[in-house]
Design a protein around this ligand. Structure first.
Ligand code: PEP
Ligand code: CO
Length: 457
């Protein structure tokens, strides 16, 4: 993809635009030194991987593949640890196995990981007992403790974030290359919980059916299908702190264009998607596939300008619109969004985020999401896209491989009272491993009639 933005664009041109949600660093010289150092360090991903993902996303846009994008709302530096990373990888692999089996399509796996360290906040400061301090903006910016020292944005944390992103992706790559993600061995992904889960039997049936299919194929073709069955993994994060993104932006002469090589697929959050804002300015110049979160407040004109600004040449797989309307608004808002994009004559990859429009406060005041609303939104997304001749190409979820109690409902019927037991998120509530697997099973089940109807029609 040629970037027409070569004129009037450079990795720092966003600095001429209003930038929402940026930390205020006290010492610009220290910040400049860190950005210069980051720019010297080797990239975390390479351009050919980014291009391969873009091609796969183009296939998802045509309905030939399906994207599973998931992970923590925010990674923390403390969670950069082998068992937590492996658990996250396992649940994504299990979900993708279930989705491949049900949807009969290759699944593209993209983690919200290896760089998801920054969070947008509703206010710049937080006040407790008459004391106001900068809001906590994620581990790459400052610390969560309510002290002046912890809350002071520290540019050195950009380097610590880069290092942890590299360590995380290095471990994921080693596991994948070592055979951990081989479809022949789904037993490696056992999270230990399956033994006592209400979903145990259904999951084991799927694993057995995949094993049978593989055996059958290998028998008739008289060869193993090794390489082709190794699950690939990609990384994504919200491109929020623009000094970090800028520092990892490289011109690749062979491709003759710019890439953000801190991740495969950055996305623009809903709070930073202003057409004239710094985040859109930065993202229009890089060649990675880009996601943009879409909410109910975005009108047709805004959506159309996002599409034409971020993907002027209508490159397949370049732009994903990640809609997060909430179960109660999706049926009214999604058709308008689909029509608005159609009117541009451009194509996008449509992804449903059934999490961020369904956040509510539980009785105890903890932020939660009801599994039934998450499922209702995904259901509606499949249906509305099919009714409008459009394709839902993926889902974007906040999940963890751990046994947390942050979202209510699901096969175990977690209630508001259960939330106290294992609520670990410092930001948004995540689906636990069982709820994540259940979501994959329900998607696999409910997406089936849509496919059948299409064939019959
Ligand atoms: C997020 O994905 O964690 C997030 C903040 O989402 P949104 O920008 O859609 O609110
Ligand atoms: Co979130």
């Amino acid at each position: 993809m040629k970037t027409p933005a070569h004129q009037n664009w450079n990795p720092a041109s966003w600095q001429t635009k209003p930038a929402q949600q940026q930390p205020t660093y006290r010492d610009p010289v220290a910040l400049g030194a860190v950005v210069a150092q980051l720019a010297q360090l080797p990239p975390i991903v390479v351009s050919w991987e980014v291009e391969r993902l873009r091609e796969e996303l183009a296939a998802a846009q045509r309905g030939e593949r399906f994207l599973l994008q998931g992970g923590d709302c925010a990674e923390s530096f403390d969670d950069c640890e082998s068992s937590k990373i492996a658990q996250r990888l396992k649940i994504l692999l299990q979900m993708s196995l279930v989705l491949t089996h049900g949807l009969k399509k290759p699944i593209i796996r993209v983690g919200r990981m290896a760089g998801q360290y920054a969070k947008p906040r509703s206010a710049d400061t937080e006040t407790r007992d008459g004391v106001s301090l900068p809001s906590y903006r994620g581990d790459i910016v400052n610390g969560p403790e309510f002290t002046p020292a912890a809350r002071e944005p520290d540019p050195q944390l950009l380097l610590r974030g880069y290092e942890r992103a590299a360590l995380t992706l290095n471990f994921v790559r080693a596991l994948v290359d070592g055979g951990f993600a081989d479809l022949h061995h789904p037993e490696y992904w056992d999270l230990g919980f399956v033994g006592h889960s209400p979903l145990k039997e259904a999951y084991e049936r799927i694993v057995a059916s995949v094993a049978d299919g593989l055996e059958f194929f290998e028998t008739i073709s008289a060869k193993e299908v090794h390489q082709s069955l190794r699950a690939e993994f990609y990384a994504s994060h919200e491109a929020l702190v623009l000094h970090y993104e800028q520092a990892q932006t490289r011109f690749i002469p062979r491709q003759d264009r710019w890439y953000n090589l801190s991740t495969h697929m950055p996305w623009i959050g809903m709070r930073t998607a202003q057409i004239e804002g710094a985040h859109v300015e930065y993202c229009r110049g890089i060649s990675n596939p880009i996601g943009v979160k879409i909410g109910a407040a975005m009108d047709a004109d805004w959506l159309q300008r996002l599409v034409t600004t971020l993907n002027p040449q209508n490159v397949p797989g370049r732009l994903a619109l990640i809609h997060r309307f909430g179960a109660k608004d999706i049926e009214a808002k999604l058709p308008l969004a689909i029509k608005a994009v159609k009117a541009t004559g451009h194509s996008v990859l449509w992804i449903c985020d059934p999490m961020h429009g369904n956040t509510e406060n539980s009785q105890s005041g903890l932020k939660t999401r009801r599994f039934e609303n998450v499922m209702r939104e995904v259901d509606a997304a499949f249906r509305v896209h099919a009714e409008h001749g459009s394709v839902l190409g993926g889902v974007h979820v906040e999940l963890t491989g751990e046994d947390v109690t942050e979202c209510t409902g699901g096969a175990r019927g977690l209630s508001d009272l259960d939330l106290q037991r294992a609520y670990r998120s410092t930001v948004d509530p995540r689906l636990n491993y069982e709820q994540s697997l259940e979501l994959a099973m329900l998607i696999a089940e409910r997406a089936r009639p849509v496919r059948k109807n299409r064939r019959e029609g």
